[in-house]
Structure formats: C-alpha cells, structure tokens
Design a protein around this ligand. Sequence first.
Ligand code: ATP
Length: 608
Amino acid sequence: DLNSDTSALLEFAAAFSLTRRLNWDPSKPICTSWFGITCKRDRTRVLGVHLPAFGLYGSVPANTIGRLDSLRILSLRSNYLKGNLPSDVLSIPSLQFLYLQNNNFSGGIPPSLSPQLRVIDLSFNSLTGYIPSSILNLKRLYVLKLQFNSISGGVPDLDIPSLKHLNLSYNSLNGSIPPSLQKFPITSFIGNAHLCSSPLNSCSSPSSSPTPESSSPTISGRQSAASSRELNSESIIAIAVGGASLLILLVLACVFCCMKKKNGVHANVIKVKTSNCGKSENLKSEDFGSGVQGAEENRLVVFEGSLFSFDLEDLLRASAEILGKGTCGTTYKAVLDEATTVAVKRLKQVGVGKKAFDGYMEFVSRLGRHPNVVPLFAYYCSNDEKLLVYEYMPASSLSAALHGDEGVGRTPLDWDSRLNISLGAARGIAHIHSEGGAKFIHGNIKSSNILLRGGLDGCVSDFGVSPLINSTYIKHQVPGYRAPEVIETRNVTQKSDVYSFGVLMLEILTGKFPLPYSRSDDVVDLPRWVRSVVSEEWTAEVFDVELMKYENIEEELVQMLQIALSCVAKVPDMRPTMDEVVRMIERIRHPEVWNGASSEKDSNLNTP
Ligand SMILES: Nc1ncnc2c1ncn2[C@@H]1O[C@H](COP(=O)(O)OP(=O)(O)OP(=O)(O)O)[C@@H](O)[C@H]1O
C-alpha cells in the first residue's frame, strides 16, 4: 500500500547525501507534494519515480525501490549511480519504463527482468558481461538502448516484433548480427570492433561467429573475445599510436601543472582566454575578478546543494575563457581545478542595490532547483562587481548545436534530440512559471539560453537575470523572439514567454534562426514565414532539410508544428500555458506512456 511505498522511498533517499534538496517530507502527502513521484489516480500506489540529474551519488540500496511493486516508470538517469544494477528493481513485475542511462553502473545486466518492460535505457554506463537472452521474453519491448558500455559476447537473436529502437553501439560485442536485427541501421551497432554482418561489414572468418554467453569461458565474466585473439598489425599500430598520445598527454599535463602553480599566486589576476584566438593573456581590467573587494560583506555566497565546494580564492585563481558576450554581461568558463569547471556570468549595469540583490539571488537559486533549469551555485556582489556562478554545461547551447559551424565533423541535431530539448526546455519554463507565482517570467527565452546537458536534454539558463538589468526586459529581448504585444505595450508576461518558446520550437523545426543570420537563409519573422508557407496546406517545405532523412516522423513533425503555431498565436489569450505545452510535447515524445496510461491521465504520469 501507499504506506509501504512511502517507507521504501524514504529508505532509498536516506542512502544518498543529496546535492539537491529533495522535499520528501513524510508528513506531507506523497502523491501531491513529493518531488518526482507520480501515483495512481486513486492515490493508493506509487507508479513513477523520476529523479533525473538529481546529483544522486552512490549505489541503489537493495530492498528499497525494489519494494514498490506497482512501479511502472523509473527514471534515475544522469546521476552518479554506481555498483551493480538493482536486480530487485529490474524484476518488479509491473515495471514498464526503465531509464538508468548516464550513470556509472557496472557489472552485468541481471537476467531476471520484468516481462512488462517496454523501454530499457542503460546507455552510457560501465556495464560488462553479456546481453542476457532473457530479453527475448520481453514481448512488449519497444526500446533497448545499451550503447556506450563494455558489454561483450554475442548479440542474442532478439526477434521481438515490438522492438523498434535498438542501440548496441560502442560496446565490445562480437560475432555476427542475427538476421532478425539486421533491419536496424548501422548506427545501432557501430563501435563494436568484432561485430560483423549486415548492416556492418560481412564476416570474414569463422572466428567471427557469436560467442554465446553459455559457451564462452572468461576470466570473471568480463574478458572480451577480442582479448583472447592474437594481435594483428592494425592493433599493433593502434597501440603504438595510443602509447605515443598518452606520453604526449602526460608531458602536457606536467607543463599545465607547472603553469598553474606559477599562476596560483596572483589572487586577483584571472587568466582570460578568448575562444577565438586560443591565446591566454592576463586581462586584469577586463577579467571577472577585477572589481572584487576584500570586505567580509562582499563574500562569495555558495548555495546549499551546490555540486562543488569552492571559495572566492578558488574562483579568482581559476583559468578563464570567454564563452560569449550577451546583453546582460559576459560569460566565462572558469576551470577551478581538474575536476571543477563552472560558468561565471559577470553582470553589467545591475539596477538593484546589494540588499535587494542578496534576497533576489536566494529566491532565484531556490526556484532554479529543477532538472531543466541551469543551477545557480553561487554569487558574488560588491559595489563594482556582480558575478553569478552556474553549473558549466559542456554540451553548449541549442543555438550552437543548431547553427554552429558547419565544418567537417559537425553532426546536425537528430530528431530525437530536438524533441528531448524541446521537452526539457518546456519543462524548465513551466517550472519557473508555476513555482515563481503567476507573475514570474523568464523574459529572455532564446536558443542561446537553452543549454544542453549530456544526453542532449534542454536546460533553461539565465533565468532571473533580465529583471536585474532592466525592469522592463524589452531591451534585452532578441527581436525575433519578442511577442507582438510586447512591442506595443512593453509589457512582458508569461504568455509572452510562451510566444518566445513557440519561436524557439519553430527554430528547432525549421533550422532557421529567427533573425537575419549570416550563414542561413535570412528569415526575420519566423512565425510569419512559417504561417505563409503552411497557409495552403501542411507542407514539408518548412522543415529543416536535415530532418528529411528520418523515416516515419512526419506525424510528429506536424504535431510539433501545430504546438509551435499555437504558442505564437497573435492574441496572448489564445496561447496555451507552458504546463499545457509540456503535456502536448510529452504525448508526442512518449506516446507509449500516454496510450498505456490513458486510464490514469489525471495521475500526472510523467515521462523521464
Ligand atoms: N552555464 C553555462 N555553461 C556553458 N555555456 C554557457 C553557460 N551559460 C552561458 N553559456 C554560453 O555562453 C555564451 C554567452 O552567454 P550569455 O548568457 O552571456 O549571452 P547570451 O545568451 O548570448 O545573451 P543574453 O545575455 O541575452 O542571455 C552563450 O553562447 C551561452 O550559450
């Protein structure tokens, strides 16, 4: 019952020292107030646990989540979970959707799996062992993602009619791909040096036949078949090149350490490197520490739950690189040490005093605690200098991913990523709107303010910054994202955020920048252009040509376009709320969840 679910969850949470606050208060109703929990409509059982990117360090304790015997969805993706996969959880009979990607789980995949599983995503972990043949019993399996692990052995003949998405790439699999799986694209299998047959190269020698899990004796079950073979000339060259690269890296690391030691004594001089020229130079008057003063009241305020611990001294000593100059100031990437990188925004012309700034920052940091909002770790405020310290997002921004250099090696954003980013950004904005009170707005939604987390999830950045700089916001909005009524009334509202988000969706769908842009076709008013193209009938003309290579996505494209157009309706009241937008995109992103859960829609069954 719900009481036993509650105690199982509390025991689970107790095992972690959480870096973000989890509001799991036993005295509050679990189904309506606990973060990340969804229940059955009658609120008698827990159906979903969603704690993506929550800073969970450690291993999942046995006999905790595994006791939630009505659980359908578990999403603990993008945390720091390690140890074996929780076998009691994977075998919960009701479990349908399992998202444990982007963690550090090791060991093998347990053979005992819930027969109801429809989605299994264990990608980007450190799993070893074999793909268990028991997966064949999962008659409803729709998605299986195991990429970027160290799984070895042969690929079992997963002849499951419902299986539509398979990714086994970048493992240590060997042998030939069974005929039932040869319909999947090459990207499902690449990065497995000893895997062969269609869609990869044909198998050349008898040694390439699969190594079934039962017949391959290995040391501790982890040795790959490749290691037992003799080294060929390619391997020898690869080892030689690898060895040389390692040596060069070691030398570079030594040089870097020596330089860092030398720089460390200049507390107020921050190394600023501009991305363009790649040269480092001391820019005392330009850097983000030049206005820092020593007084106690000007200290760096680090918020509870920040992923890293650092002080002002560390920040001032960091080597920094300009990421870009925006309307509100300049943003730097600051490397505090080998393991700690943050983004520092140096605000210009802040229009509020220190006391108001302090109070406001506390509010912004609290409100920003959501997986789809870039976390504010700390801030610094003196008369001459205002610095905001954020989590550094290495995967860059949506703008860079969509419109970045088209040089060799640039991979255009695929459709799944575009859907994920739209959904993530929508959730972030919806959170700001609902948690900040009816009048709270972002005010500067645009593609350079949507940053990408690993797995290409969209996170909203710069939230709370615009009102500090200019109470009317309008000066800071890029014209292409500005709602028509804002131009007339200079009044920014949640509905004008929805408009900006609609423009952002159109940008994702068309690949066009909503302003004259040097490297793409010039389109000034994206909504007007899209409306004019689709006014006669729904047409493929508007969509980014990069999307045309994907099969069977037409319906999703059109549905996303309809949502985008509803957001950019000219009359604000005709636009949906961000909560409604999230629900509409969720239905497209995870139709299997919504179809399966249609009887429990009211229970707010979220996706990961
Ligand atoms: N936390 C972060 N991690 C990684 N990159 C970031 C981070 N914050 C900002 N950036 C990048 O730094 C660059 C400059 O950002 P900044 O927010 O200063 O300007 P902007 O987004 O172009 O304009 P505005 O000031 O109007 O928001 C952008 O390319 C942005 O994507």
